[in-house]
Structure formats: structure tokens, C-alpha cells
Ligand binder design. Structure first.
Ligand code: CDP
Length: 246
């Protein structure tokens, strides 16, 4: 997060550097069943983000001391490819990827009917091939689709979006420059049917009014993103037993 004077992020007409209005999303496309050997998979393009998700399981949890006799656990692993960012990312886990893996695992754990699979684990591999800000939310949004494509019983999908503050203005779905030079970044994910929040983090500062404006922008955007998730699932799973709404 920088300061407002670091870089001009709006043009004279109040549009953002990529031509969007403050409340506009970047283009989003989701596809399912892109990997043959996974139980479920999805690919998401969200602005310049390109992220691949593979789901394996439910299967017996290993090592066995990790087994919970009451429920399965969801283990998400978020990983950024070395070539996914401008400056080569050193391969392997780091503090940031471990934190993101943890918050995504917790968000998905809330949505999956884990009580149906005691002693099991469900692995979710999130591979960021190209990063352009908002990768945790894009990865989580695609992971929910991959879990559904794997036939894992879920209470609901999980859908997210970010908002933030740029040049003193609240905007939806931050671009890379806005993330770098803006004053706040607020990723949020919900279960769309109940509206229950399953992920919320904040980098930077927002006033209470700005926070309320940002969250209401996010909640409105999640309706459209959830529709994209459902359309992706319907394309390959029109007769799927689980009803994702409508
Ligand atoms: O991706 P997300 O917004 O969820 O997480 P972030 O930590 O706020 O990172 C914002 C962006 O910074 C990422 O999407 C990448 O485009 C970029 N980044 C990078 O260039 N190099 C890294 N090692 C980590 C992030």
C-alpha cells in the first residue's frame, strides 16, 4: 500500500487506468473439468489473473494423526508459479502463501459438508500461473467451483471479491497498480445463499463509512460472480444432483 500522491490512478473523467468506473469488475471467465486426473478442476481468468485449481478427495486423511473422527478437513494449498509475477517468485511456500492457504482452507471448510466424511481430507491445489492482484479471492472463487465439479457435497458455493481505497476513493476489484499504490485492500468472501462471511482481511486503513461502502460494493458484485460460477457448472453439469440456485 502506498500513499495517494505516489501515482495518478484516475483520469480526468474519473475513470481508472484500465478504463473502469469505480464499481466495475474486471472480466471474469471460469471453466470446469480442465484436468483429467483430478476429481474436480477449474480454471479462472479474472482480469490478468490465471489460476488453475485441482481437487482430490474426499480420501482417507494422512498422516493418520491428522484424522478427525467427526469430520473431514479441507486442505487448500495456494502456490504462485515462479513466472507468475514481474519479479521471479522464489519457488516453494513462504509466509504469504501459507497465510493465504490457511484462510482459503478455513473458508472452504465452512462450505463443505465435512461432517459427512469423518477421518477424510479433501485437497485443493490452487496454482497461480499469472498474478494480477486479487489472486486469493480468484483462487477461492475457482476452488469452490472445482469442489462442486468434484461432486463434493456443499452447503453453498463460496464467492469473493475485493474492494479498496485508491486516491481517496472506494473502488471495486483492485488492479495490480491500484493494489500497489492504493491506500487499502479488502478481500471478502461469502456463501452467497446465506450471506455468511467466510473470509475477510484488510490491508491499509478505511473509515467506517468507507468500509461500509466497500462491503456493499463487494456484496453486490458477488451476485454477478456467483452467476458466472453457476453458469460454468451448468455448462458441464446440467443434470447435476446439487442445485446451485435458480
Ligand atoms: O493476490 P492478492 O491480492 O490476493 O494478494 P496480495 O498479497 O495483496 O498481492 C497482490 C498482488 O501482488 C498479487 O496478486 C501479485 O500480482 C503481486 N505479487 C507479486 O508481484 N509478487 C509476490 N511475491 C506476491 C504478490
Amino acid at each position: 500500500m502506498g500513499t495517494a500522491s505516489d501515482k495518478k490512478l484516475f483520469d480526468d473523467n474519473g475513470l481508472r487506468l484500465d478504463g473502469r468506473s469505480p464499481g466495475d469488475l474486471r472480466p471474469i471467465r471460469i471453466e470446469t473439468d480442465v484436468l483429467n486426473r483430478a476429481d474436480g478442476s477449474a480454471f479462472i481468468e479474472w482480469g490478468g489473473n490465471k489460476i488453475q485449481v485441482a481437487v482430490y478427495g474426499p480420501r482417507e486423511a494422512y498422516p493418520r494423526h491428522m484424522q478427525d473422527i467427526n469430520q473431514a478437513f479441507v486442505r487448500a494449498r495456494y502456490n504462485m508459479a515462479a513466472f507468475s509475477v514481474d519479479e521471479r517468485k522464489r519457488p516453494g511456500p513462504d509466509r504469504r502463501s501459507m497465510e493465504i492457504s490457511k484462510v482459503i482452507s478455513e473458508a472452504l471448510q465452512a462450505a463443505v459438508m465435512v461432517e459427512l466424511f469423518p477421518r477424510a481430507q479433501i485437497d485443493v491445489f490452487i496454482e497461480v500461473l499469472q498474478a494480477d492482484a486479487g489472486t486469493r479471492i480468484a483462487g477461492l472463487t475457482a476452488a469452490a467451483v472445482a469442489l462442486a465439479a468434484a461432486g463434493v457435497p456443499m452447503r453453498d458455493l463460496v464467492v469473493g471479491c475485493t474492494a479498496g481505497k485508491v486516491d481517496g476513493k472506494v473502488v471495486l476489484d483492485l488492479s495490480k497498480e491500484e493494489d500497489n499504490f492504493g491506500q487499502a485492500d479488502l478481500p471478502v468472501a461469502i456463501m452467497p445463499k446465506s450471506g455468511k462471511v467466510v473470509l475477510m482481511q484488510m490491508d491499509g486503513d478505511l473509515s467506517i463509512d468507507e468500509f461500509n461502502e466497500a462491503t456493499s460494493m463487494i456484496f453486490k458484485a458477488t451476485e454477478r460472480i456467483n452467476q458466472i460460477q453457476r453458469d460454468a457448472l451448468k455448462k458441464n453439469y446440467s443434470s447435476n444432483a446439487q442445485d446451485w440456485g435458480e
